[in-house]
Write a protein that binds this ligand. Structure first.
Ligand code: AMP
Length: 123
């Protein structure tokens, strides 16, 4: 199946354009991070690149070195700043259909603040 083109009407694109609000926790030239609207743990933050990338594979292939460095540094900085680094946390990037991605703009979930369940539920 062909990869779909980026949808500029996805909700994170609207957040980036300032059309809808978010609970911002971090921003730089290339990255925005905000609290998930439906948190699954005491800390649940979404980190997104400002560029129009739907997935990590697309981002890693097409983004500039500066964007990739900024994104990776931001994820680690946010984990430290939110005080989940020491006790531990989980990074999740659901991707497309099999990964059950709901919003088609690359986002990494930073989830922590409590002991998490198994990585994947038993089917
Ligand atoms: P995913 O299934 O990985 O695409 O996750 C999408 C995430 O975006 C879910 O955890 C939602 O709760 C979250 N979400 C959807 N709309 C918003 C919003 N307006 N602000 C913050 N988080 C949102």
């Amino acid at each position: 199946m062909a990869v779909q083109p980026y949808d500029p009407e996805n909700i994170f694109a609207k957040i980036l354009r300032g059309e809808i609000p978010c609970g911002k926790v971090y921003e730089d030239d290339h990255v925005l991070a905000f609290n998930d609207i439906n948190p699954q743990a005491p800390t649940h933050v979404l980190v997104i690149p400002k560029g129009a990338y739907a997935s990590f594979d697309e981002f890693s292939a097409k983004a500039s070195d500066a964007e990739i460095v900024a994104f990776n540094r931001a994820v680690g900085k946010i984990a430290r700043d939110l005080n989940v680094a020491e006790d531990g946390y989980r990074l999740i990037a659901n991707t497309r259909q099999n990964g059950r991605q709901d919003v088609p703009h690359l986002h990494v979930h930073i989830i922590g603040g409590k002991m998490l369940g198994l990585m994947l539920p038993k089917e």
